[in-house]
Design a binder for this molecule. Structure first.
Ligand SMILES: C[S@@+](CC[C@H](N)C(=O)[O-])C[C@H]1O[C@@H](n2cnc3c(N)ncnc32)[C@H](O)[C@@H]1O
Length: 359
């Protein structure tokens, strides 16, 4: 995939009351204030995915890291067992790679929005997953030494020479040398993974060079509509309430995206910009391109609902798998109902570490 981020200065920046700004990046998905006109149904298709080989470049990998856990037919990480509730099996890896393309479509093909310049040096991808973002980034910027960190070693063997993967817990104290600060840190789709965002962002800040950029990107784990077309007693509405309840109880809130901007400002970053796009959850929009984006999102969502709910509802709320699957059957039916004009807001928020360190 070819991706350019050097021409992203043409977007439209809007100042806000808190001194930060919102920004609109040209892409497939509309901005918040733009209504989406509804149309009629159509089925969908899937996409190819990267290989799912793994390799660790860390020096201290023990075999326990690879003793993955199996539960209700899905595979979960073993390192820091139980900390992350989403599977790491092949099915999930395909979903993550597919979601990567959706992120790219949403933001006009851009891997990131922060104005990092053409010559980034040290770059960190937090919770790299299959490594697809990091691979694309390392390919695009050969100048950069890129590190991708994850609890699971699900990344491929064959990667650009300037990219290294590490198995580690990003919530633990960072061991990166302060003598080699990062000049770009990307944190994407980590909603539901992090117990304390404040600590994560502070560690990031402390390991960044003055003037360096951070970017946090997440979909809201909450479907919105502009026309109240999702009934309150629908399976989908029930599903998202339960997901919110279980993830909050678990201590890693899933619907965290609306809080990213404030968290980044509170961590001390400057020039904070939030770009928020509306992405339909199914192909209900009239506009053909948005309809296509919705079709992609629907395929992803039909899979995501199990990935997000199975462990959370069973481990945290004590549901058995049969009950979860029964709920999910109804949720998938709702995702296919094009009278429900659901969309999720995708937040991409970036900010800069001040050049002058005040501490
Ligand atoms: C939803 S995936 C997102 C992957 C990738 N950022 C992307 O956008 O394609 C979240 C990833 O974060 C990893 N993860 C969750 N908690 C973590 C932690 N504490 N430290 C490192 N990785 C973590 C998971 O293993 C998973 O691969």
């Amino acid at each position: 995939m070819s991706t350019s981020n050097t021409d992203n200065l043409s977007s439209d920046r809007r100042p806000e009351a808190d001194g930060t700004s919102s920004e609109s990046t040209p892409g497939l998905a509309p901005d918040l204030e733009e209504p989406i006109e509804a149309n009629s149904p159509s089925p969908s298709d899937t996409d190819s995915a990267l290989g799912n080989d793994w390799e660790s470049y860390t020096t201290s990998v023990t075999s326990s890291i690879w003793n993955y856990e199996y539960e209700n037919g899905r595979r979960y990480h073993a390192f820091r067992r139980g900390q992350y509730v989403i599977p790491n099996d092949e099915q999930e890896q395909e979903r993550l790679d597919f979601l990567h393309h959706i992120h790219n479509m949403t933001f006009g093909g851009r891997l990131f929005l922060a104005p990092i310049g053409d010559n980034p040096q040290r770059v960190l991808d937090v919770g790299t997953g299959t490594g697809i973002w990091a691979i694309n980034f390392a390919d695009t910027y050969p100048s950069a030494e890129v590190i991708g960190i994850d609890l699971s070693g699900i990344q491929p063997h064959w990667v650009p020479p300037n990219l290294h993967f590490q198995i580690d817990d990003i919530e633990a104290e960072w061991t990166f040398p302060h003598s080699q600060p990062f000049d770009f840190i990307k944190i994407r789709s980590m909603a539901g993974s992090i117990a304390n965002w404040e600590v994560l962002l502070q560690q990031a800040y402390d390991h960044m060079a003055p003037g360096a950029w951070i970017e946090v990107q997440d979909f809201e784990a909450w479907a919105s509509t502009d026309d109240n077309s999702l009934p309150d007693d629908s399976n989908y509405a029930e599903f998202q309430r339960l997901l919110d309840e279980a993830s909050t109880k678990f201590g890693r809130k899933m619907n965290i995206a609306p809080h990213h901007k404030k968290a980044i400002i509170d961590a001390g970053f400057e020039n904070v910009v939030a770009d928020v796009k509306k992405v339909p959850l199914s192909p209900w929009a009239k506009d053909p391109k948005l309809k296509e984006l919705g079709r992609y999102m629907q395929v992803q969502m039909l899979d995501a609902v199990e990935a997000y709910a199975l462990a959370l509802l069973s481990r945290v709320l004590g549901w058995d798998a049969i009950r979860v699957h029964a709920l999910l059957a109804g949720v998938r039916k709702d995702l296919r109902n094009l009278d429900y004009h659901m969309y999720s807001k995708c937040h991409s928020v970036y900010g800069q570490k001040p050049f002058k360190n005040e501490s």
